[in-house]
Ligand binder design. Structure first.
Ligand SMILES: Cc1cc2nc3c(=O)[nH]c(=O)nc-3n(C[C@H](O)[C@H](O)[C@H](O)COP(=O)(O)OP(=O)(O)OC[C@H]3O[C@@H](n4cnc5c(N)ncnc54)[C@H](O)[C@@H]3O)c2cc1C
Length: 435
């Protein structure tokens, strides 16, 4: 029984958090820590910030909420700022911690940071215990080893659905014992990025606010309050309003809610109101999320490469900065693409349909290196998730997990199918576009 650090990352929640649960169960006192990694606010190799204004605001709200919830149970959150491999060992020494509890990482930079922390704290006799907490299916419950996971989604899904089960969720701890912790000290938005405040654009699909309580509220709204899940399969390709899809992605990406928690609530819903194709389809989409994460685990950094998993050279380096710039600004002249890009720029969100169309346009029509698009999304998206973003982009570029070699979206056809009356384009292509 000892004193340990709980290093929160993209698991900013108390519900179904194995890291927190096990740390409390096996130790006397815990010290909850979050490190604002300076690298996350730097520029990436394609010239975009790794974290833009929408996600930074959402992150700060999530941290505030986490601190509130920890405090209610007798603890609190220490916010560090700097490089984790420098800041975390300092806390280990300050509190005489013998162990760090944290979540597993699958992507290159995140894995690297974790390894650096492990190396540094081992020098001061501190171990690191790592738990897989991001996916619906626990990696140990998969019917194949990571290296044998099928590269085609349908093959993966069918076998997992048949042979694996989803583990039950961990309960919220009632009480958390911690030593005396310093006053919670959250930086301002302007301390992390060059923006003071962020004005809400009232055309946004939703006023996204970070934190576990808001995630659960949104889930309850979508399931029990409005029963929107009953028609999810029919509406999920929509473009307008808050209700066509769950909008849970920002909270899932921040780890304010776990896919297992969502799954458990869908099962409760089905028990009360019955299941249908739509209630299943939400689980199906969560499986896509698992799939991309496992693909990162299997293929390491390959999904960041221009030719991804492809054995042949499919793309040449092509950086047409003018075309890229017009795409980013939503000024390509293609009104459906432009409307979607305007929405992203103004709100940090874009529908799944929109993302597919604008990505295909950048790759196939403008013929720009797809990684510039993925990096711009990384900066702008409020729900950026490393495996979901890069996995989907590589997929659309024909160098990821797709049995088809190319996914071309005809923008005219897409617009006439999904924006028949031009309502979506009218909303975003206005004279005020130059904001
Ligand atoms: C080019 C491109 C980039 C993308 N980048 C991201 C990203 O950075 N972060 C992110 O969370 N999603 C990303 N997606 C997937 C998808 O567009 C979003 O998850 C979805 O639009 C979020 O809205 P929602 O929560 O209302 O989704 P819903 O339709 O309600 O789906 C529920 C959840 O299922 C998961 N999901 C749904 N579709 C996908 C998918 N295609 N791939 C993986 N998981 C999915 C998400 O976690 C989502 O929150 C990307 C898709 C494309 C085509």
């Amino acid at each position: 029984m000892q004193r340990v650090i709980v290093w929160f990352k993209t698991d900013l929640r108390l519900n179904d958090n194995e890291v927190l649960f096990k740390a409390i169960q096996n130790n006397k006192e815990i010290i909850p820590v979050y490190c604002l990694d300076v690298n996350d606010f730097d520029q990436g190799p394609f010239g975009f910030k790794r974290t833009g204004k929408f996600r930074t605001k959402f992150l700060l709200e999530s941290l505030q909420d986490l601190n509130n919830e920890l405090k209610k149970r007798g603890s609190g959150l220490i916010i560090l700022k700097g490089k984790p491999e420098i800041e975390i060992p300092k806390i280990v020494l300050k509190y005489g911690a013998t162990k760090i509890y944290t979540k597993k990482e699958v992507a290159y930079i995140e894995k690297n940071t974790l390894e650096k922390v492990q190396k540094e704290v081992s020098k001061i006799n501190c171990d690191v215990s790592i738990f897989s907490t991001s996916t619906l299916y626990h990696p140990e419950d998969l019917p194949f080893s990571i290296k044998d996971i099928p590269d085609v989604f349908t093959d993966f899904r069918k076998k997992v659905e048949k042979e694996s089960t989803v583990r039950p969720i961990y309960n919220v701890p009632n009480e958390i014992k911690s030593p005396f912790l310093p006053e919670f000290n959250l930086p301002l938005l302007s301390h992390l990025i060059d923006v003071n405040t962020l004005e809400f654009d009232d055309r946004s699909v939703l006023n996204f606010e970070g934190g576990e309580a808001n995630a659960i509220k949104r889930l309850n709204y979508y399931l029990f309050d409005k029963k929107l899940i009953l028609n999810y399969k029919q509406t999920r390709n929509g473009l307008l309003g808050s209700d066509y899809s769950t909008k849970l992605s920002p909270w899932l990406a921040m780890g304010s809610i776990s896919p297992r928690y969502i799954y458990a609530k869908i099962k409760d819903f089905e028990a009360e109101f019955g299941e249908n194709e739509s209630t299943y389809w939400l689980i199906f989409e969560l499986l896509w999320r698992d799939f991309f994460r496992f693909m990162f685990k299997k293929h390491n950094d390959k999904l960041f490469l221009l030719n991804g998993l492809s054995k042949t050279v499919k793309h040449q380096k092509n950086t047409n900065l003018d075309k890229l710039d017009s795409w980013i600004k939503g000024e390509t002249g293609n009104d459906f693409v432009d409307a979607n890009m305007q929405e992203l720029k103004a709100t940090g969100f874009m529908s799944n349909r929109g993302r597919q169309v604008v990505a295909s346009y950048l790759i196939n029509d403008l013929k720009v290196d797809w990684r510039y698009g993925a990096s711009y999304f990384e900066q702008e998206l409020i729900d950026y998730d490393v495996s979901n973003n890069w996995g989907n982009w590589a997929y659309l570029a024909g160098v990821g997990n797709d049995p088809r070699s190319s996914r071309y979206f005809d923008t005219e056809k897409q617009a006439s199918e999904y924006d028949k009356n031009g309502e979506y384009r009218k909303k975003w292509i206005t004279t005020n576009n130059v904001r």
